[in-house]
Design a binder for this molecule. Structure first.
Ligand code: PCA
Length: 216
């Protein structure tokens, strides 16, 4: 089985993005017999969906987790819901700042994660990693990609979702004021564990948005 693990290129004037550092560190690793394939998405509204679509078509993954950076968050943040809204607070890497537009005009208002989010949170905490559930992935490129992912895989029987990561210590040290951070090795361990927990889930994948509410 293939696992697709996506990260984003640096954005907002930063030189590094923990999401891509974590994804590329896990690229090629075997987790419970499944192979991780890392894919770097451009942090642009116009470019990211097509790169995601190509990776989905090429790999036909049995599990997909998209990663992004959320500076200011103190924990590995397992997102519950993707909303059909783009409202950029800063420009993306192409200089675009769309506001108050849907991700897809022809799609539902929201999709839930189909990952075993509470089991993942509990396993991460038990392993000593700060982790929690989040009710908003924002309204920037991460939420757009989370929404695209859930829309494209709705009814396909493939578990998918989104996890936001804290800043790396070197990013936190340059922020004014400093923000919470988590070291890269710990972030990599946490996402490896999150993938293992998602793979171990034997419940049927929720078929669509109406049935996608987390039950665990
Ligand atoms: N974080 C941004 C986009 C890319 C990333 O890593 C976000 O939260 O939308």
């Amino acid at each position: 089985m293939n696992i697709l693990l996506t990260g984003f290129e640096p954005f907002g004037g930063e030189a590094i993005n923990p999401s891509w550092e974590v994804a590329r560190a896990l690229d090629g690793q075997l987790i419970a017999g499944a192979t991780v394939h890392a894919c770097c998405l451009p942090t642009t509204f116009a470019g990211a969906p097509a790169v995601l679509g190509e990776a989905l078509a090429a790999l036909r993954p049995g599990l997909v987790i998209a990663l992004g950076q959320a500076s200011g968050r103190a924990e590995v943040s397992i997102e519950r819901v993707a909303v059909n809204l783009i409202d950029a607070r800063i420009a993306d890497n192409a200089g675009e700042r769309p506001q108050d537009v849907p991700v897809r005009a022809d799609a539902p208002a929201a999709y839930f994660s189909t990952l075993p989010i509470k089991a993942m949170r509990d396993a991460l905490r038990a392993a000593g990693h700060p982790a929690g559930l989040s009710l908003s992935a924002g309204a920037f490129v991460c939420n757009q990609i989370f929404f695209e992912l859930q829309h494209r895989l709705a009814g396909q029987g493939v578990r998918s979702g989104f996890i936001h990561l804290p800043a790396l210590p070197e990013q936190a040290a340059r922020a004014q004021p400093c923000v919470p951070s988590m070291g890269l090795a710990a972030q990599i361990d946490a996402i490896r564990l999150a993938l293992a927990v998602a793979l171990a889930d034997e419940l049927p994948v929720p078929a669509g948005p109406d049935e996608g509410a987390p039950t665990s």
